[in-house]
Write a new protein. Structure first.
Length: 307
C-alpha cells in the first residue's frame, strides 16, 4: 500500500462514527507488521475533538479497551483509538511490553545488555508513527492527543515515553503496570535505560513530561501468573501497588539528584485492584474533570478485575 493510500485509510477509519476496527501499518515496506486500530467516534465529535490512544493489557484486547473509554467519549466528545498488537504479529513480552527493542526473546538474557533491533521495528515506534500519520492524514490538528495504558499497556506506554521521549502527547497515564523501567542510565533495559537511546538530555525531557501513574491500592496480588517475577521486577516490590510507589520515588529522587524539573503525578486509587475498565474511568475523570473521582464514584467502580 502506498503512503497516500495508507493515510487515506487512516483518515477514513478515524472519521467514521461509531465502533469500528481497521488494519494499520506504520510503514509501507514489505514485511512490516500490522496492528488493528479499534476506534470509536461519537456522532457529536468535531474536527477538534481530543484524541485518546488507549493501550491494552496482556489479553491484547484493544476492542475491550476502546469500549471501556466509550462512556467518556460520549460525555466529552472524544475520539478513541485503541491499537491492538496481536500475539500473532507481536508475540511475547519482549515484543509488546518491552517494545521489541532487544534482539532476543530469552527472558534470562534480559539481565544483561543485549543488542538493539532497528528502531523502525520497535512497537513503540508504531505509536509515534501513528501520531505522525494522524497529523499527515488531516485527523490530528491542534487538538490534544492523550496516551493511556493499563497493565501490560501501562508497561508499554511508560517505556515508550522513557525510550523515545516524544513531545507529541498532551498527557500520558500508566495504570497498574506489572513493573517499570527505572529512569536510570546505569541499569540495563528493561530494568533501566542503559543500552537504549536515552541519555541525560532525554531524561530531562522525560521528567518534564506530564506522566501520571495510577496505582490501585488493591492491586496487591503476589501470585498472579501475569505478574512479572524475575529478580529485577521483585527488586521493585512484591506487587504492582508497591512497584508503582517505588518507581515514582526513584524518578523523583533521580530528577532531584540531577537538578531537573519534575512534572509527574502519582495517584493512589483507593479500592481499585487490577481493573482496566475501572482505571480507564478514573483516568478519564482525572483528565477531563481535572480531579480524581469521589469516594462514592470509586466505590461504584470497585470489585471487578479486567487485565
Amino acid at each position: 500500500m502506498s503512503t497516500d493510500l495508507r493515510l487515506q485509510a487512516l483518515h477514513d477509519a478515524a472519521l467514521r462514527v461509531g465502533r469500528h476496527a481497521a488494519d494499520y501499518r506504520h510503514r509501507t515496506e514489505p514485511g512490516t507488521r500490522s496492528i488493528v486500530l479499534n476506534t470509536y467516534r461519537p456522532a457529536h465529535a468535531t474536527a477538534q475533538s481530543p484524541i485518546v490512544l488507549v493501550q491494552h493489557g496482556v489479553m491484547r484486547n484493544g476492542d475491550d479497551y476502546r469500549d471501556f473509554w466509550m462512556p467518556a467519549a460520549d460525555e466529552h466528545g472524544l475520539v478513541i483509538i485503541a491499537p491492538t498488537f496481536s500475539n500473532e504479529q507481536w508475540p511475547d513480552v519482549v515484543s509488546y511490553n518491552n517494545g521489541n527493542l532487544l534482539a532476543t526473546t530469552d527472558r534470562a538474557a534480559l539481565a544483561d545488555t543485549a543488542p538493539l533491533t532497528a528502531p523502525e521495528t520497535w512497537s513503540y515506534t508504531v505509536i509515534t508513527q501513528l501520531a505522525a500519520d494522524l497529523k499527515a492524514a488531516g485527523v490530528l490538528h491542534s487538538q490534544p492527543l492523550y496516551l493511556f495504558g493499563h497493565s501490560a499497556g501501562g508497561q508499554f506506554v511508560h517505556r515508550l515515553l522513557s525510550v523515545l521521549t516524544p513531545g507529541v502527547f498532551t498527557q500520558v497515564a500508566a495504570g497498574n503496570p506489572g513493573w517499570y523501567t527505572l529512569p536510570l542510565l546505569d541499569l540495563p533495559f528493561p530494568e533501566g535505560l542503559g543500552g537504549t537511546p536515552a541519555d541525560a538530555n532525554s531524561l530531562a525531557r522525560l521528567f518534564a513530561t506530564p506522566l501520571t501513574i495510577l496505582a490501585g491500592d488493591q492491586d496487591t496480588e503476589t501470585n498472579d501468573p501475569h505478574l512479572p517475577s524475575e529478580p529485577a521486577a521483585l527488586r521493585q516490590g512484591p506487587h504492582r501497588y508497591a512497584r508503582a510507589l517505588h518507581y515514582f520515588a526513584t524518578a523523583q529522587a533521580e530528577a532531584a539528584r540531577r537538578g531537573l524539573p519534575f512534572r509527574w503525578q502519582l495517584h493512589t486509587v483507593e479500592g481499585i485492584g487490577h481493573d482496566g475498565e475501572a482505571m480507564s474511568a478514573v483516568c478519564a475523570h482525572l483528565w477531563f474533570h481535572q480531579r480524581m473521582p469521589s469516594a462514592a464514584q470509586l466505590a461504584a467502580l470497585a470489585g471487578r478485575r479486567t487485565a
